[in-house]
Design a protein around this ligand. Structure first.
Ligand code: NAD
Length: 246
């Protein structure tokens, strides 16, 4: 996968899967801008924005496109988690998570589409999750948000196929990012919790952010030029083998 001449925006690029994706695309020759509420580390250009704020998204996308000199690839990766059953999250929490995970993608894509239309290799990759289809316990709100990301991926792929804009998603399982680090830190014994998490994966270990980044890069590259409306599992076998985390 070569990205020479490809210009990419990665949302949530300051951490975890987004940072690994920005790093990989850059190593392979792409010009990359991160769109995040936090600054991405050197050497990345960060267009600061909260994806829940339409005005800040529009100005950040414009700043990123100006910095890059155009746009070929959009990676919609910014997202937040939520735990619990439908009884555990109130309406405000539902609105907050859907606002980031679903409407965040809508806002950034809406701002990016006019620029993607100018590209000969336009691709959008959304970071979804196995939660979209796995029926995970204690993840009602998060699962609903990622179910919407999956549907949105299909609908956007249909709407923009004839314009030459491909839209796909990756479905990670449990990925060792700062997000999981924060969850582990809350456990009474983080090392034991990590060992238990590893043991629950069909491949015996968590997925790395770099492994998800590879899948995103494939879907973003002309190497996947005939693939649109697809979702690629990067979950250590969890979905395909019908195993669930406890
Ligand atoms: P992370 O917390 O390490 O990184 C998320 C990034 O998104 C951060 O840089 C954060 O600042 C940014 N962000 C959050 N809210 C934002 C907002 N409102 N506006 C702009 N930026 C915002 O998390 P991660 O594990 O790398 O997760 C990235 C994506 O992968 C998310 O969409 C998540 O749902 C998905 N995912 C993660 C896992 C996992 O196990 N880590 C599994 C499946 C899917």
């Amino acid at each position: 996968m070569e990205f020479d001449g490809i210009r990419a925006i990665v949302t949530g690029g300051a951490s975890g899967i987004g940072l690994a994706t920005a790093t990989l695309l850059r190593e392979r020759g792409a010009a990359v801008a991160c769109l995040d509420v936090n600054d991405a580390p050197e050497p990345f250009f960060t267009a600061k924005a909260d994806v829940t704020d339409d005005a800040s998204v529009r100005s950040a996308v414009a700043a990123a496109v100006e910095h890059l000199g155009g746009l070929d690839v959009l990676v919609n990766n910014a997202g937040i988690g939520a735990q619990g059953t439908v009884e555990d999250n109130d309406d405000d929490e539902w609105r907050r998570v859907l606002d980031v995970n679903v409407l965040g993608i809508v806002r950034v894509t809406r701002a990016a589409l006019p620029h993607l239309r100018g590209s000969a290799h336009a691709a959008v990759v959304n970071t979804c999750s196995i939660a979209a289809t796995a029926g995970l316990p204690q993840r009602a709100l998060y699962s609903a948000s990622k179910g919407a990301v999956l549907s949105l991926t299909l609908a956007m792929a249909a709407d923009h196929a004839r314009e030459g804009i491909r839209v796909n998603c990756v479905n990670p399982g449990t990925v060792h990012t700062p997000w999981i680090g924060r969850l582990l830190d809350k456990a009474p014994d983080p090392d034991a919790e990590l060992a238990a998490l590893n043991a629950r994966q069909p491949i015996g270990r968590l997925v790395s952010a770099e492994e998800v980044a590879s899948a995103i890069a494939y879907l973003a590259s002309p190497a996947s030029g005939a693939t649109t409306g697809a979702s690629l599992a990067v979950d250590g076998g969890m979905q395909g083998l019908r195993l669930r985390p406890a």
